[in-house]
Design a protein around this ligand. Structure first.
Ligand SMILES: Cc1cc2nc3c(=O)[nH]c(=O)nc-3n(C[C@H](O)[C@H](O)[C@H](O)COP(=O)(O)OP(=O)(O)OC[C@H]3O[C@@H](n4cnc5c(N)ncnc54)[C@H](O)[C@@H]3O)c2cc1C
Length: 419
């Protein structure tokens, strides 16, 4: 939904990965990957492909990070609901999903996955709610100016099954769960130490750190401490709040296929510009999924427009959202309510927000991804990946995967340059 064209993928496709890139790598040299979200899984997956030994240390009890799904919400119809990432933000086509896959056989399978699973998504209109007039207005010029563009979504599966099927299946035996990293010591030559909250130590020849910017700022200490330029960059950027709510109704009382905001047009535009993409919009979660007779309306909110809601409990968030829908649609929401789920990413322990400030992404690439931490002998030892160093691909899943791939190749001394 957000700033779509910014996130588009290279028109010429992703650069290939040479399967022999790590030939000669000393198998006693292990790489520690911190975090098992899209970036961490992708980094580990690339190392697996190159036969480089690694371990993933994941703080929570599950993989995927901000990519999570609910398989039960819609019952046993075999369709998952996304609790985090939902769209493939691209206007090109969905082929990046095939290009991210490295093994040839899996690529053929991914080709079929893309064909069967990816559906086009183009809202039929953008609506804004005017509080004083209590009216919902369609702003057609957004369509005319091309601000509404076709993107992609998954038909029955989600980003979560994609990561599980192609990445997690290859790396799952090397994931340690409930492993909360609190210290990274890169002071000694030829080695780095990654230390968990419970005192367990892991020695590594290199470290790939993929934790969200919130965790990097608050929970992990470095020895020696981070260089000043990196500390400054971290101080400027921050994790922004965000959450999702999905509500099922037994009747559709809202515009079909449209996206609508619960605040007026100018206020929305102001926040969009002022807060670099702050959003609060409702969308039909089942558009083009081919499901008859079910109606699920989801709220996605990020940035300044999410701040008030993100501070509330899940029950308060739900009540607030229902109150707004009832005001917008004359009590229809309460009348047709069936069930709901709330996923407040701001209160998820090892994430604590939706995404970093994408306008500062370029700076973060320069300070973190492009200049890894060096030990006493100036050998690059700690590499950074993750949404916050996604640069032009911003806080997206494919963007995070690309940063993971780049960090894995950089860690073995190879370049991976994509435009
Ligand atoms: C509600 C929502 C909607 C979104 N919508 C879209 C969308 O439609 N399309 C899209 O492409 N993107 C979307 N995104 C963004 C996308 O989900 C992220 O950009 C991407 O998943 C980030 O991946 P990551 O690996 O960088 O970080 P994460 O997924 O946050 O992974 C980081 C991992 O590190 C772990 N970790 C944290 N601290 C520690 C520690 N101390 N020790 C060890 N491990 C630790 C975490 O548990 C987590 O598993 C959305 C995100 C949200 C939350």
């Amino acid at each position: 939904m957000d700033n779509m064209r910014m996130y588009d993928i290279p028109a010429e496709g992703l650069p290939p990965v040479d399967a022999s890139a790590a030939n000669g790598w000393d198998v006693a040299q292990k790489i520690v990957v911190i975090g098992g979200g899209a970036a961490g899984l992708s980094a580990a997956y690339t190392l697996e492909y190159l036969n480089v030994p690694y371990v993933i240390l994941e703080a929570s009890a599950t993989f995927g990070g901000r990519v999570q799904r609910d398989d039960d919400f819609l019952g046993d119809i075999g369709v998952s609901l996304d609790l985090g990432a939902e769209w493939l933000h691209t206007t090109r086509d969905a082929s990046v999903l095939r290009e991210l896959v490295l093994w040839k056989d899996d690529r053929d399978d991914a080709e079929a996955f893309v064909r069967d699973e990816m559906i086009e998504y183009l809202p039929s209109g953008m609506y804004y709610y005017h509080e004083r007039k209590r009216s919902l207005r369609k702003k057609t010029f957004l369509e005319k100016t091309g601000l509404l563009e076709t993107e992609y979504k998954f038909k029955t599966k989600s980003w979560s099954q994609y990561l599980e099927k192609y990445f997690h299946s290859r790396v799952k035996n090397n994931i340690v769960y409930n492993a909360v990293v609190s210290k990274i010591d890169y002071s000694l030559p030829n080695t780095a130490k990654v230390i968990l909250q419970d005192g367990t130590e892991y020695s590594a020849s290199k470290v790939i750190c993929t934790v969200p910017i919130s965790v990097l700022k608050e929970d992990i200490t470095f020895t020696p401490e981070l260089p000043k330029a990196k500390q400054n960059a971290l101080q400027k950027n921050k994790m922004k709040p965000g959450l999702k709510v999905a509500i099922e109704f037994n009747e559709r009382f809202y515009p079909e296929g449209g996206v609508f905001n619960d605040i007026g047009f100018w206020k929305s535009v102001f926040w969009l510009a002022y807060d670099h993409g702050s959003e609060r919009g409702f969308f039909d979660a089942l558009t083009n999924k081919g499901i008859e007779g079910r109606h699920v309306l989801s709220l996605y909110t990020y940035g300044a427009l999410a701040e008030d809601l993100a501070k509330l409990t899940d029950e308060q968030i739900f009540e607030d959202v229902m109150g707004k829908l009832d005001r917008m649609f004359d009590g229809q929401a309460t009348k047709h309510y069936v069930k709901h789920t709330v996923k407040n990413w701001t209160s998820v322990d090892f994430v604590r927000g939706l995404a970093s400030d994408l306008s500062l992404g370029k700076n973060m690439v320069k300070e973190f991804a492009a200049s890894p931490l060096e030990d006493g002998e100036a050998v690059p030892r700690v590499f950074f990946a993750g949404e916050f160093v996604g640069g032009k691909y911003g806080p997206t899943v494919h963007g995070a995967c690309l940063t993971g791939r780049r960090a894995a190749l950089n860690a073995i001394g190879k370049e991976y340059n994509y435009k």
